[in-house]
Each structure stands twice: as C-alpha cells, then as structure tokens.
Write a new protein. Structure first.
Length: 568
C-alpha cells in the first residue's frame, strides 16, 4: 500500500510538472507573440501639431514698410506745410482706428509708414534708379496736383498726387491708396489662415480655383495640333517665340519657381465632334457647352517626357481647311471670343489658330513668330492666372474713390508689386497646406492603431514643423524669399511623410485579422490545456478536502480517547 501511494504521488507530481511547464510556455510566449505581431509606431508630436493648427505657436505676420516722401518744392512755396512726422503719425493713427472699427482684428499685413527724405518732384529718373530691391519695402512720393490720383510704378514705387495740400487730406489719400493696393491681398491671406475649416474650404475654392498647387518647378508643354496635314503645317518657330515672349516672365518668376519647357507637333488631330456652322457669317463655331469635350483624349497624345515636375499644357489647335475659320461664341450671329481661347483650371490653356490665307500662301509649311504672337499673349495671360499672379489693377480700381493707375510691364512679366504679392500669398498657402497635411496624418494615425509609423516619418513631421517655424520667423522679419523657401521645404516634407509607402503596410491588418488567423491554431490546443488545468485544480481541491476531513476525524478520535481516559 505504501508503494502504491508513493507511485501515485510521483505520477501526480510528474503530471503537474508537465501541465505547469506547458502553461509556463504559453504564459511566457503570449507577451512575446503580442510584441512581435504589433506594428512599430514612432510617437508623433501631437501637442505641437495641435498648437500649430490653431496658430498658437506662431501667428504669421506679413510686415510691409512704406517710406513716405513729401514734395520738397511745395514745402518751400507754402507757409503752412504738412510735416512728415505729422503725416506718418496721422496715417498710423488712422490705420489703428480702421482696425478697431472692424472688430479689433489686427492686420496680418502690418504696414509700417516711415518718414523719409523729401523729393523735388522734378525728375522721376533719379527716383526710379533708387527703387527698393527688398521685397515688401516700397516708396510713396506725395506731391500736389489739380486732381487727386495715384500711379503705382512697377519698381515698388507709388506716386500720389493730392488736390488739397493739407495734412488730413494727405493722410486720407495715403491710407486709401494703401488699402486699395494691399487690402485685397490682406483679405485673401486672412481667409487662408482662418482656423475655421468650413470657411477656409469655401474661400480656398473661390480664390484658388484656377491656380495650380505650388511647386518649386513646373514643366510647360506647348503642343501644336493640326487638324489635317493637308493644311501644310510642318514647323512652328516655338523656340524663337519662347525667347521673345516667355523668357522675361520665366526670368522674373525664377524667384518663386523654375520652369522647363518642351514642345511637340501632332498631325491629323481631329475633334471628337463636328463644330456647328454659322451660314450667315460663313464660319464654324464652338459653343461654351462644347469646350469641355474639346480635347480628343482617345486620339490626342498629350504625353510628355518623364518628369517629376507638375505639368502645364498649352495647346494650339489649327483646324482643318473645311472647318476653318473656327471660332468660339454662344450661337449664330453672336459676337465671337476676342481671344478665341479658353482656360482649363489647374491644367493649362487652349487657343484656336485660324491661319491667314495670305500667310499660308507665303509660308504654307511654317507657322512664324508673327503668326504665334496673339496666341502667345493669350498663353502668357493664362500662365499668369495659373501661377496665381494677381492683376492689382483690377483690385485697386474697385476700392478707391480716386483713380489709381497700376503700371504693367511691357513684356507681361510680373511687376515687383505682383511678385511680392505672390511671394506672400504662396508662403501663406504653403503653411496652410503643410499644416493641413500634417494634421490629417496625425488624425489618420490616431484613428488607425495598426498603421506603421517608422522613425523617418516622425523625423519628416518634426522637420516639417521646424520648417514652418522658420518660415514664420522669416515672415516676421520681412524676408519673403527665405520664408517661401522654408515653407516649400515644410510642404515637401509633410507630403513625403503623408504619402510614404510604409504608412499603409498594415492598414488592412487589424487585430481582428490576427485573431482570425491564430484562433484556428490556438483553440484546439487551448481546450485540452484548460481542461487539464481545471481537472488538476479539482484534484488538488479534493485532495486538500480529504486531508482536512482526515485531520478532523483524527482529531475527533483523539478527543474521544482523551475523554475515555478522563472517565477512567
């Protein structure tokens, strides 16, 4: 009996050791399995992102400096002359009153008026030679005249002539001129930086519908599509045309973006539909409803050389002889389009070229520079719209009580005023787009626990926020070129992080998929393990209960014997 009890005890011990060893492997393996199947997620700077999103870290400011010059000749002639200090202080006070009247919102374009040297008002040449080369620094030259008006020159200079040579009148004229020149830009930037996402989306659609997204470089593709090779077109002088018309624009815009240019010719590029015929005027025409279907995507090859740069297309279409002349108008007898062209927002422009009969006789196989002059002027205007160059002459006339003439460059290149405007707006757009991308990435990471976030993603986001901070600092110091470069770096890094291919490697492998894969393996094993553990626990309880009962019986027997002994 003793040997049997020893054998049973040994078997029980071995069984428990086996069960405990198996469960030890399971308990130690589960954390290891959970750790090895988890995706790696580097911590993103969520707190910094939220602060930037609400512009708590840095509120962008766009300082502008205006040097005010009063006519020295008038100072000598009049006995009661306005002083520069009175004028500048009065202008500053008036601007503060306007800000208070509109709800106390500070102006994002903080215009600082500085009293400067007087000028004689006799010669503009010396003044033009002293034009400011610093973006955001301008000179206002004030002189008397029979009629109040302003002339905004292309070299950061404004000539303001006032009818009444008094301090109050000069102040009001300067303030109104500044408001007319900078007011529209300030409104646009304020809308861009508005933290209200709903209003921001509306404003962005309204203000940036035509403008392409900012990039450090663009590829311009000029295409000549000939409806029929029988019209004799074999060559066009695009290289000379680009040098004559486009080079000044590209050179001026190099501060903002670089451009690469290519051209192509394609014959037998027929339309996908038949133009309508105006028999009264003996001309074919396209209605505005037909313009969205103008490009024959099935047959026209718009492919260009492989490039990572965003592409802008400018297409010149020469119609077939039996469809010429081809114009754009609303219907028969209606006036035709003056440019015979149309713009496709964020894509490019299209112009229809009806060749002159005499020109065809002289050069049947060649489209000359002169032939392309009206087309290139249209393309230049469309390129300005696509790049976001604001025509300030349209904004100044509608918001001033006196005439304001905005001088344009003869070669259609952006003026310094327009370029400065573009630098500030593009910087604001890049800041907003960068923060929107980073905020979307942070929200996506929060909402998708199984998304991989590697260290280089964290690094890109952190460096993007640093670039945004650098851009904000450059803006506050009126360093607009450097601010644009920093904002561009931030935009590139934020988009690199957002579109990183590792970000979606575990997007469609949540925890439910883990359970679905491993449960068919673990459940058949876990059931016998769990049952054996329960049975062993039950045996231990029964054994413990038996020992307790045996102890009670032994104690009862001892107590009974003690009682008998006492009775004896």
């Amino acid at each position: 009996m003793a040997a049997d009890r020893d054998s049973m005890a040994a078997n029980d011990k071995i069984r428990r050791m086996v069960i405990l060893s198996v469960w030890a492997v399971v308990l130690l393996g589960l954390p290891l399995w959970w750790k090895t199947t988890r995706v790696y997620r580097a911590e993103l700077p969520y707190e910094s992102i939220n602060k930037w999103k609400q512009w708590e870290t840095c509120k962008p400011k766009f300082p502008i400096r205006v040097n005010v010059h009063l006519s020295e000749a008038e100072q000598h002639q009049s006995g009661n002359n306005p002083t520069l200090s009175d004028v500048t202080q009065g202008v500053i006070k008036r601007v503060q009153e306007l800000n208070t009247a509109r709800g106390g919102k500070g102006s994002l374009l903080t215009v600082e008026f500085i009293p400067s040297k007087p000028w004689t008002g006799s010669s503009d040449k010396d003044i033009t030679d002293r034009a400011s080369a610093i973006p955001g620094t301008y000179d206002f030259y004030i002189s008397p005249s029979n009629l109040t008006h302003a002339s905004i020159r292309s070299q950061r200079q404004g000539f303001i002539q006032v009818q009444t040579w008094s301090t109050d009148h000069i102040i009001e004229t300067i303030v109104e001129t500044s408001k007319a020149v900078f007011g529209s830009e300030e409104k646009t930037i304020r809308q861009l930086l508005d933290t209200n996402e709903d209003t921001q989306g509306v404003h962005k659609v309204q203000d940036q519908l035509k403008t392409v997204k900012y990039a450090s470089g663009y590829q311009l593709t000029f295409s000549l599509f000939s409806g029929d090779a029988s019209n004799g077109v074999r060559e066009w002088k695009m290289q000379e045309v680009i040098h004559a018309y486009l080079a000044p624009f590209i050179k001026t815009m190099s501060t903002v973006s670089k451009f690469t240019i290519e051209s192509q010719i394609q014959h037998y590029a027929s339309l996908a539909f038949t133009p309508q015929m105006d028999y009264g005027l003996q001309e074919h025409y396209l209605t505005p409803d037909a313009l969205p279907n103008f490009i024959n995507a099935a047959e026209w090859s718009l492919a260009s050389t492989v490039s990572s740069l965003p592409s802008l297309n400018f297409l010149t279409y020469v119609p077939k002889p039996n469809e010429s002349p081809l114009v754009i108008k609303t219907g028969p007898g209606a006036p035709k389009s003056s440019t015979n062209s149309f713009l496709i927002p964020r894509w490019g422009g299209i112009a229809i070229l009806n060749r002159d009969t005499d020109r065809i006789k002289e050069h049947p196989e060649l489209i000359t520079v002169k032939d392309l002059e009206p087309v290139m002027r249209v393309f230049l205007s469309q390129l300005r719209d696509l790049m976001g160059v604001t025509d300030l002459s349209t904004t100044t006339q509608s918001s001033s009580s006196f005439p304001i003439l905005f001088h344009k460059a003869l070669n259609e290149a952006p003026t310094t005023w327009e370029l400065d405007n573009l630098l500030r707006r593009r910087s604001a757009e890049n800041l907003v787009d960068s923060l929107a991308t980073i905020s979307s990435l942070a929200q996506l990471v929060r909402d998708t626990p199984n998304m991989v976030v590697l260290d280089h993603i964290q690094k890109d986001v952190t460096e993007a926020l640093q670039d945004i901070g650098r851009s904000c600092e450059h803006l506050s110091r009126q360093e607009y070129v450097e601010a644009l470069a920093a904002s561009r770096d931030g935009l590139v890094k934020s988009e690199t992080a957002f579109f990183d291919p590792t970000m979606v490697s575990m997007l469609y492998f949540p925890d439910e998929h883990k359970y679905a894969i491993y449960m068919p393996l673990f459940v058949p094993i876990s059931v016998p393990l769990l049952m054996s553990l329960l049975r062993e626990v039950k045996r231990l309880k029964e054994k413990k209960q038996a020992q307790q009962d045996k102890g009670k019986d032994s104690q009862s027997h001892d107590n009974h014997e003690d009682k008998d002994d006492k009775q004896e």
